[in-house]
Write a protein that binds this ligand. Structure first.
Ligand code: NQM
Length: 362
């Protein structure tokens, strides 16, 4: 039986290291972290081992998908049970970007809240309402809670995760214009930027959708190949910097939004194939809300997806292919918010490690 030791020169903070969808994050109770934001961020960077690229003196995984933080508390909002503040620790820098939320890590929020007693199970299935503090959007998570405890074992498989687990359904509300203020923040469904036709869209995540062929690639290359393509990355980054202000995001030099999705014809029975820069590294799959925005663009034939057969009557399930499989996004009409298609999808999550994380004192 292991025990927790106490070190006078190290701070110990209760923490759960958790997989949410295809990402991993350190989950903290807001009340366990310093209230002073600068002190909180110093501590989180030390926990993760940043700014070292390899994060060797911390628990971060040296990859944007495994150096994430979720800060959870009870919500004071009548419409929500939990508040979820997401932090993206920027690899190689002493910085945490709080501008986007993260739909993958969101999958762990309701199970964490139930496990920690912040919300109570209400039967075999529990609905938990979550306020995504970064963007102010709402999500209802539907969690399996037989006997009043979160079930992690189950039969649901998601691409990019080798194991089957209990399903967590995420139903989003109020996510159109989450960061940009409107679904098509430039006011157009297509724009020409640096000679490339793009669709700038925000249905939960600001994303720039482009045809891979317009950037001189097939769109079927591996993430490693694309990460090694300096010429492509420079073109994509130049477009990103140019559209940031047009999307209402201001100067995005130091932001991890917008994400850049390169689309191509489907290869495996889906509706479209994607490669997504988040924004400097190519994602091994695709982000949850990133996929929601791409799927929403696909449902409208007037976007750059028109050439791929895009355009559909809602409700509609869009199958978004990505480097490690497929992600189905359900688009439907929510009578409470008809500004844009509402989004629902399935994820899984699981705690990997529970205990205290240790970091050097300031
Ligand atoms: O788009 C990666 C991820 C994400 C974010 C990223 C996400 C989302 O896969 O909601 O899930 O786009 O940086 O965790």
């Amino acid at each position: 039986m292991s025990r927790i030791t106490h070190h006078p020169d190290l701070v110990a903070i209760p923490c759960v290291w958790m997989r949410g969808g295809t990402s991993k994050a350190a989950f903290f109770m807001a009340s366990d972290l310093p209230q002073d934001k600068a002190e909180r961020d110093r501590l989180i960077l030390a926990v993760m081992g940043s700014p070292d690229q390899r994060q060797i003196d911390g628990i971060g995984g040296a990859n944007p998908l495994t150096t994430k933080v979720a800060i959870i508390g009870k919500s004071a909002d009548d419409e929500a049970d939990l508040d979820y503040l997401f932090g993206q620790v920027v690899i190689g820098e002493s910085r945490i970007d709080y501008s986007p939320t993260c739909g993958n890590i969101l999958a762990g929020v309701a199970p964490f809240g139930l496990d920690q007693g912040l919300v109570a199970a209400t039967g075999d299935v529990t609905h938990v309402r979550i306020r995504m503090v970064n963007t102010n959007g709402l999500c209802e998570a539907v969690v399996q809670t037989p006997g009043g405890r979160v079930a992690y074992a189950g039969d649901t498989r998601i691409s990019g995760v080798p194991t089957a687990n209990a399903p967590i359904e995420l139903r989003f509300r109020d996510i159109a214009g989450s960061s940009c203020g409107s679904l098509y923040p430039t006011g157009n469904k297509t724009d020409r930027v640096n000679g490339v036709m793009v669709t700038c869209i925000d249905n939960g995540m600001p994303v720039v959708v482009m045809n891979a062929a317009d950037l001189g690639i097939a769109g079927t290359e591996s993430p490693a190949e694309l990460d090694a393509n300096a010429e492509l990355k420079a073109k994509v980054e130049a477009i990103r910097l140019a559209v940031g202000p047009l999307m209402g995001l201001g100067d995005v030099t130091n932001k991890v939004v917008p994400k850049m999705s390169l689309i191509s014809p489907p290869r495996d029975g889906g509706h479209l194939n994607t490669r997504t820069f988040i924004p400097k590294k190519c994602h091994d799959a695709i982000g949850v809300l990133g996929a929601a925005s791409v799927a929403t663009a696909f449902a409208d034939a007037e976007t750059v997806c028109g050439g791929l057969g895009g355009g559909a009557d809602i409700p509609f399930d869009v199958s978004v292919e990505h480097p490690t499989g497929e992600f189905t996004i359900r688009l439907f009409v929510d009578p409470r918010d008809d500004r844009a298609p509402a989004v629902a999808l399935l994820r899984t999550a699981r705690p990997l490690f529970e205990g205290v994380v240790l970091a050097p004192k300031a």
